[in-house]
Design a protein around this ligand. Structure first.
Ligand SMILES: NC(=O)c1ccc[n+]([C@@H]2O[C@H](COP(=O)([O-])OP(=O)(O)OC[C@H]3O[C@@H](n4cnc5c(N)ncnc54)[C@H](O)[C@@H]3O)[C@@H](O)[C@H]2O)c1
Ligand SMILES: O=C(O)C(=O)C[C@]1(C(=O)O)C=C[C@@H](O)C=C1
Length: 367
């Protein structure tokens, strides 16, 4: 049972985590530290934490869980220092950083499996920083990515999820690599594009002073995130260099492609370009805050007879595999239907394939 939590970094994300824990279970004692004393004092004053730590590593012998909610470069430094601290046996350490490969590598190298580390990343936020922007419901309905390593058990992951229950986030597991590739595409690279659009406008301002005043709806929508913390984004880009370098190449060739449509007045291609983008954008899940869809769908060719769904779910239950969704997506005229099973993790989907192969002969496939 978790009685005491330590949160290092009491800004937007650390503060929001603290508030969500407090709201769900006020009996959990939250100790907090921030290098900026004002942030720590404010966190105490708004009731996000119960106690301010006066140094980075106070007596941690009774702390059950540690959250690192500092910028990613600081997070790796703190992980390095953690290894020499006296921590409670079985303490769980987690982080909230926007990148995962370097952080998890650092934890594997320095904590060496002796301290349980679970990489984490709540996929919601804001362009605002600091404790005063924190909200207990910041992560509601957002994806909260976890990257558990071989050093932690399912119980450890479940314990972390239980402490984070008040976030009302949807937990999803992936590997650090997968995380950094995906967030590169849907979060990190878009930040670069947003900032570069601002540069483009600024560069035209001298010639057209009205640029700033006329920059309205569309420009503001697409560049809101350029108002985010520059130091946070500097560190994210430095952490996720390789995936981003590939994305730069792809982006440049994409721009060349559209440029050619415009230069050659290829009306049909321009129309298709926007139509395709519109269709994809319109199809994004609407009610989720995070932009990462749940990919772990498994399709099963099943005979169309009453009871087939309970048959499959029965097999999965026998093997203790959790489903997040189940749907018949197509009933064909012949004897077969297609069942779509959704899982939270790739691992669960793999287990489900083995399970279905074990108990029945239905064909499974991934699209
Ligand atoms: N802002 C977002 O939208 C968002 C979303 C998800 C995850 N994240 C990640 O969450 C982390 C925190 O981001 P944030 O938005 O809360 O930033 P923030 O600036 O609001 O808060 C970070 C806090 O960490 C403190 N800090 C910095 N170095 C420290 C140190 N060595 N020891 C103790 N405290 C220290 C700062 O004083 C600040 O109060 C980052 O790793 C970021 O990548 C951010
Ligand atoms: O909404 C915003 O302002 C954000 O930038 C949030 C956002 C994102 O890119 O989606 C930013 C960084 C995080 O790591 C996760 C979420």
């Amino acid at each position: 049972m978790v009685k005491k939590v330590y949160i290092i970094g009491l800004g937007l994300i650390g503060g929001s985590i603290a508030l969500s824990i407090k709201q769900k279970d006020p009996s959990i004692h939250i100790l907090g530290f921030d290098i900026n004393e004002d942030q720590a004092n404010l966190a105490k004053r708004i009731g996000a934490i119960d106690e301010i730590a006066t140094k980075l590593f106070p007596d941690l012998s009774s702390v059950d869980m540690i959250f690192l909610s500092t910028p990613v470069q600081q997070t790796t430094q703190i992980i390095e220092q953690l290894k020499s601290e006296q921590l409670k046996k079985d303490v769980i350490v987690t982080d909230v950083g926007s990148t995962k490969v370097k952080i998890v590598e650092c934890a594997n190298q320095h904590l060496n499996g002796k301290i349980k580390f679970i990489g984490g990343h709540p996929m919601a936020g804001s362009h605002k920083s600091g404790i005063l922007a924190a909200k207990p419901h910041l992560f509601e309905n957002a994806f909260y990515i976890l990257t558990p390593s071989q050093y932690v058990t399912q119980n450890d992951v479940d314990l972390l999820k239980s402490v984070l229950e008040g976030t009302k986030a949807n937990f999803i597991e992936m590997t650090p690599n997968e995380h950094d590739e995906v967030t590169g595409v849907i979060s990190h690279f878009p930040h670069i594009v947003a900032a570069s659009l601002v540069y483009q406008a600024k560069n035209h301002e001298e010639q057209f002073p009205l640029v700033k005043r006329l920059a309205a709806g569309g420009f503001r929508d697409i560049t809101r995130i350029a108002s985010s913390s520059p130091s946070m984004w500097r560190d994210i880009l430095l952490h996720n260099k390789e995936p981003l370098l590939h994305l730069f190449d792809e982006w440049i060739s994409e721009m060349e492609r559209v440029k050619a449509f415009v230069a050659n007045e290829e009306a049909d291609n321009l129309f298709s370009y926007f139509q395709y983008a519109k269709n994809y954008r319109d199809g994004l899940p609407e009610k989720q805050k995070g932009a990462i869809p749940s990919f772990y769908d498994l399709f099963v060719d099943v005979p169309d007879y009453p009871g087939v769904i309970s048959e499959i779910t029965g097999y999965l239950a026998k093997e203790k595999i959790s489903l997040t969704n189940i749907r018949i997506i197509e009933t064909r005229e012949e004897i077969y239907g297609v069942l779509r099973l959704s899982f939270q993790t790739e691992r669960d989907r793999e287990l489900a394939i083995d399970c279905i192969n074990k108990y029945c002969a239905y064909e499974t496939f991934i699209m």
